[in-house]
Design a protein around this ligand. Structure first.
Ligand SMILES: [Zn+2]
Length: 165
């Protein structure tokens, strides 16, 4: 099966204009048909060459700017198990993902949108990455989501400002 990356689809990519990872529309795929070649930023509408997202690796987690955001309570049992040494193996990720699938069986998945707000333990359906589980809020407009093939940082509440403190 393909990874669902096609012209007209969407992907996370690094935008040099926005200086961060944003959701992009795929304008053109490269010759291999596996990697986007040309993408359009949903945030600034700029079209540019595809650059892989620079999503912060779990090991080097910097405190996001939103220290003001209240810490959301973690779902019972979903203790943060962030290993600071090296990335977890694909098998570990899959196992963890399957645990979530078991735990949230019956929960209805929300379709992922950059503009929507999510909290830890929300179940989302991503057009590209499939079923995912929100594991963490990274400040005001980022969420960490565990997908079958790994954890990704996604945008949330895109275009909305944090509430005045
Ligand atoms: Zn941009």
């Amino acid at each position: 099966m393909s990874r669902g990356l096609t012209t007209g689809g969407e992907c996370d990519a690094y935008c040099t204009k926005c200086k961060r990872d944003t959701l992009h529309n795929i304008v053109a795929m490269d010759a291999t048909g596996k990697t986007p070649a040309q993408v359009q930023c949903r945030s600034c509408q700029g079209t540019h060459k595809y650059r892989a997202p620079k999503e912060a690796p779990a090991a080097a987690k910097k405190a996001p700017k939103a220290a003001a955001a209240p810490k959301a309570p973690k779902a019972a049992g979903a203790k943060k198990a962030s290993k600071s040494s090296g990335a977890p193996s694909a098998a570990q990720i899959l196992k963890r993902w399957e645990e979530y699938v078991g735990k949230y069986a019956g929960a209805s998945a929300q379709r992922y949108k950059v503009t929507a707000a999510f909290s830890p333990a929300d179940v989302i359906e991503h057009s590209q990455f499939g079923l995912g589980f929100v594991t963490e809020e990274l400040g005001w407009n980022r969420i960490k989501v565990l997908f079958q093939d790994g954890e990704r940082t996604l945008l949330a509440r895109h275009g909305q400002n944090p509430p005045a403190a």
